[in-house]
Design a protein around this ligand. Structure first.
Ligand SMILES: [Zn+2]
Length: 240
């Protein structure tokens, strides 16, 4: 079993450490800030051998060079490699990366950025989805089209229902409030909004999430078509 640890950074980012106790290997997913990440890895005695970047944004890749200097090989999306510090291995759709005996498929999931990738560990029932899908939400469309993001979300949502989705931000409360306004008759959303309010008041994390939870409560996953998705995304951008 892989151990997965969240390292909070900035206002609301989660940097992820994946550790395989069998091989002793450790991967850092999206090391936006090397300082808390390296401190946590050191505290646990987990030297970081690899960085897996999902996209070029600095809050996901700003710590690459420091983690690389500490001994890691940097994997990142090929089409964004020029904008990501320290890339050693450029990844495309269908490529595979490994931690010990565990294998991750590389999926291209454009929308938030054009080159955004996800790391899908099918046999472990885990996916690192960066800023594509959030608990009850999705990333903003900085570079891609509604059609692209709609298809990226549908692809992630077609993973087995018990797949755990590790996203990169704690945005769930804001997403839940929007979801409750967008689907006022959805009991699962109302119930989850209450649970998320309680968790956040207690200072608890609300990620990872699961495909099953998102199918029930993520209005962007539940959008009927790209037009419906676009309407929701635009509405969320100005929701308060
Ligand atoms: Zn981003």
């Amino acid at each position: 079993m892989l151990e997965i640890v969240a390292v909070p950074a900035f206002a609301d980012n989660y940097l992820w450490l994946i550790h395989d106790p069998v091989s002793g290997e450790t991967v850092a997913v999206d090391p936006g800030d090397s300082v808390p990440l390296l401190a946590e890895a050191e505290r646990r005695g987990w030297p970081i051998g690899q960085v897996w970047n999902t996209h070029w944004h600095p809050d996901h890749s700003g710590g690459n060079e420091a983690v690389k200097q500490a001994g890691a090989t940097v994997y990142a999306p090929a089409s964004e490699a020029a904008r990501i510090p320290g890339v050693d291995v450029a990844l495309k759709e269908g490529d595979r990366v490994r931690i010990g005996e565990h294998q991750a498929e590389v999926w291209e999931v454009p929308g938030h950025t054009l080159g955004h990738i996800a790391y899908v560990l099918r046999d472990d029932g885990i996916a690192f989805v960066g800023d594509t899908l959030f608990a009850m939400g999705c990333g903003r469309l900085f570079e891609g089209t509604p059609q692209q993001m709609f298809e990226s979300l549908q692809r992630i949502a077609a993973l087995p229902a018990d797949t755990r989705l590790y996203c990169a931000h704690e945005y769930t409360l804001s997403n839940a409030r929007f979801a409750a306004a967008a689907e006022p008759a959805n009991d699962a959303i109302a119930h989850r909004l209450k649970a998320v309010e309680q968790a956040r008041q207690a200072g608890e994390m609300t990620v990872p999430t699961t495909v099953a939870e998102e199918l029930q409560t993520n209005v962007f996953v539940r959008a009927h078509d790209p037009q419906d998705f676009a309407r929701l995304r635009t509405s969320k951008d100005t929701f308060r």
